[in-house]
Ligand binder design. Structure first.
Ligand code: NDP
Length: 295
């Protein structure tokens, strides 16, 4: 079985470079997907309170028979739980649903640009959880450079990870550069371009992009494998989602080939600068503030 290469976070904690994402994985399918991934060799699962499937992630880990301590669990605090006490309680909700005492990586799911005070309070709660040993690392998601600058001016622990939309059609090199300057690992969500599948226009899917299909053919690999390899070779963490065991396995077979510098550059050149997810400024409690149930 392939052992997963690790990335070393800025506090020395090791994180498997590839993880299984479970956004839009229905709770009824989550346990089986997580179990399939762990049996394939994955040792990192990325979920979130707002995905509504933390309980099933925990169940999948237990059913796999793999020691909990060998699995890196990452989850996210939703914006409706921002605030010092609310975020401490969000940890309890997530940990109880997952069935764990400690979470490996707990991140803020979004910045709340219109309520940055609440975002900072939420992050201070993460710092407290880290100091108390309840979490092994803390981080953020969908933070732009200005959000990182603002946060770091007001808090003391540099996030270990910034999980952002990152695939060939939206690479966010400015955010990735800010992450690198601060010593933050960039973690790519939609690493094979899942969010582009629903897009209109000439390039509807990264998986059908002629540049990517040509590179895949040259290596005897699939487009999804090329996209994951592109992320890994550029030092990113990647968290592809699938509910199908065959694809879950396919997405893990990405450690036996190398893309050339020209191939990496050709994929980089596909950037359209067009975001698939919501504009960070559009994320407000009014528009996205759904409540997270108690455990
Ligand atoms: P991905 O790039 O992982 O693509 C997922 C899509 O690709 C699904 O439709 C899946 O379908 C399909 N797929 C998976 N593997 C293959 C394959 N080998 N060949 C063909 N199709 C494939 O996009 P996601 O948007 O799901 O992002 C991945 C993860 O990132 C999420 O699960 C979540 O953990 C995280 N995320 C975080 C966000 C944030 O705001 N922080 C936002 C969005 C995602 P099927 O399941 O049917 O195989």
């Amino acid at each position: 079985m392939t052992t997963t290469p690790q990335l070393t976070l800025n506090n020395g904690v090791q994180m498997p470079a590839i993880g299984l994402g479970v956004y839009q994985t229905p709770p009824a399918e989550t346990t089986a997907a997580v179990e399939a991934a762990l049996r394939t060799g994955y040792r990192h699962i990325d979920t979130a309170a707002v995905y509504g499937n933390e309980r099933e992630v925990g169940e999948g880990i237990r059913r796999s028979g793999i020691n909990l301590s060998d699995v890196f669990i990452e989850t996210k605090v939703w914006i409706s739980d921002f605030g010092y006490d609310a975020t401490l309680h969000a940890f309890d909700k997530s940990a109880n649903k997952l069935g764990v005492d400690r979470i490996d990586l707990l991140i803020l799911h979004q910045a709340l640009p219109s309520r940055f005070d609440l975002t900072v309070d939420a992050y201070r709660a993460l710092e407290q959880l880290l100091a108390d040993g309840r979490v092994r690392a803390i981080g953020v998601s969908n933070f732009m450079r200005e959000h990182l600058d603002d946060l770091l001016a007001k808090t003391s622990v540099v996030p270990a990870v910034n999980q952002i939309e990152l695939h060939p059609y939206f690479r966010q090199p400015d955010v990735a550069a800010a992450d690198a300057e601060y010593g933050i690992i960039t973690q790519a969500w939609s690493p094979i371009g899942g969010i582009t599948f629903y897009r209109e226009g000439t390039h509807t899917s990264t998986l059908e992009d002629p540049t990517i299909t040509a590179i895949a053919a040259a290596h005897g690999k699939t487009p999804a494998q090329v996209l994951l390899r592109w992320g890994l070779q550029q030092g990113r963490s990647v968290i592809p989602k699938s509910t199908r065991p065959q694809r879950i396995a396919e997405n893990f077979q990405v450690f036996d080939f190398d893309l050339t510098a020209d191939e990496l550059a050709a994929i980089d050149a596909l950037d359209t600068g067009r975001r698939g997810g919501p504009e960070p400024e559009a994320v407000t409690l009014e528009t996205f503030g759904i409540a997270i149930p108690e455990a």
